[in-house]
Design a protein around this ligand. Structure first.
Ligand SMILES: Nc1ncnc2c1ncn2[C@@H]1O[C@H](COP(=O)(O)OP(=O)(O)OP(=O)(O)O)[C@@H](O)[C@H]1O
Length: 375
């Protein structure tokens, strides 16, 4: 009953919003001008926490973005908006913002339990989103939660049944380098020359994989590394902008070499299981070459970013859900899962990260998992 009333009132408010924005066709009936509003349909799912709003495409030469749909939806927020394949409807995916999508983990074992419900090549983002491995761009102002987003993904990698080969480049030598050194000193670099060497090593491993996988591909052409259970390789490049700024002062030969190393991974890595994750505060075109950015299939923008950041990350004319983003929350695009920017919320980690690493990898630290018998 409550939802029937909500449904009815929402449709009324939406109709008024369309009227206010002059989003209607004029028709004349018996010498009287009337406004013909688009037909609206609202379909709820997930116990009324989510819905799809269908608005008829009445082929007006007006931007539907001018209609204040968010206002009519009360606490429901537009997650994604797109035109249906047959172009008959605008579809708005909406969700109840009172229901928090963020996962909260009090211990590393809670995280491990949740993560083990997914396959070894899929990582959890929030209650309704999980994604498979891809080249990734992670953008957000300082303090938006980028490092914690990385922690939640890296810790999941450590809980999987396959080995993740993680490389860490952290030119600012911050907390990520500390974590990297704890996990693998030889795969962690902070100095620019060492970072370039690390990129070379990563590329060499990729070349070796190319040879190995060739035999397997002979049996199954369209397959990828995961089909043959190969280990993933992830190169996490933190503070990419500061690396680029220093690189620009170096000679052209060096710059070209680095771009070649990066491009090779971005262009060939998907099938081979080699991925680069670029982390920066703004996806400024001068600091992240367009060919790299366009070939990173997954893009996250955390926190409230400037319009320019959304445009450089997702392209011009893309709608960003209107919302005040909290810590670790933002929008992302990902093949299949989200073709247009969709809201996501990285997990809240209420435990000590380094201690968690020691517990997951006892050989790296001194602490033992007190409940190891149950793991
Ligand atoms: N998911 C989270 N769980 C717990 N605490 C968080 C989370 N995200 C952010 N925080 C808190 O907010 C602070 C800032 O987050 P974080 O360091 O991840 O931001 P950042 O975007 O990496 O910033 P910077 O660019 O300055 O490194 C953290 O020190 C932590 O205290």
């Amino acid at each position: 009953m409550k939802y029937a009333t909500f449904h009815y009132l929402t449709l009324l408010k939406l109709r008024k919003a369309f009227l206010d924005a002059n989003y209607y066709n004029k028709r004349v009936y018996f010498n009287t001008e009337v406004a013909e509003l688009p037909k609206i349909k609202l379909e709820f799912s997930n116990e009324y926490s989510k819905a799809k709003l269908f608005v008829e495409n009445i082929n007006l030469n007006k931007d539907i973005g001018d209609v204040n749909i968010s206002f009519a939806l009360d606490n429901f927020i537009v997650d994604r908006a797109y035109l249906s394949n047959n172009e008959l409807y605008y579809i708005f995916e909406i969700y109840d913002s009172n229901i928090d999508q963020q996962l909260k983990f009090n211990t590393i074992w809670d995280l491990k339990k949740q993560s083990s419900q997914l396959d070894d090549y899929t990582l959890l983002i929030d209650k309704s989103i999980s994604i498979s491995l891809h080249g990734t761009l992670l953008v957000g102002q300082t303090g938006s939660g980028k490092t914690y987003a990385l922690y939640s993904l890296i810790l999941q990698m450590l809980t999987k049944n396959i080995v993740y080969n993680i490389y860490f480049a952290d030119p600012k030598n911050s907390s990520l380098a500390v974590l990297g050194e704890r996990l693998s000193q030889e795969n962690t670099a902070t100095d620019i020359e060492d970072i370039i060497k690390l990129l070379q090593t990563f590329n060499e491993a990729m070349e070796a994989r190319k040879k190995d996988i060739k035999k397997d591909l002979g049996t199954k052409l369209e397959a990828t590394y995961a089909d043959f259970h190969y280990e993933p390789y992830i190169f996490i490049f933190d503070e990419f902008a500061s690396f680029q700024t220093v690189l620009q002062t170096m000679d052209k030969k060096k710059r070209d070499e680095v771009m070649k190393l990066l491009s090779q991974v971005v262009l060939q890595g998907r099938q081979l299981g080699f991925f680069i994750w670029i982390v920066m505060q703004k996806s400024d075109a001068t600091l992240l070459p367009t060919n790299l950015r366009e070939n990173l299939p997954v893009k996250f923008v955390l926190g409230n970013a400037e319009k320019q950041t959304y445009t450089t990350a997702f392209g011009a004319g893309v709608d960003i859900p209107e919302k005040e983003f909290s810590l670790g929350q933002g929008v992302f695009t990902c093949p299949i899962v989200a073709s247009t920017p969709k809201i996501c919320h990285f997990s809240y980690l209420d435990f000590d990260i380094l201690e968690a690493v020691n517990l997951l990898k006892p050989e790296l630290g001194f602490c033992r998992n007190p409940s190891s018998g149950t793991q």
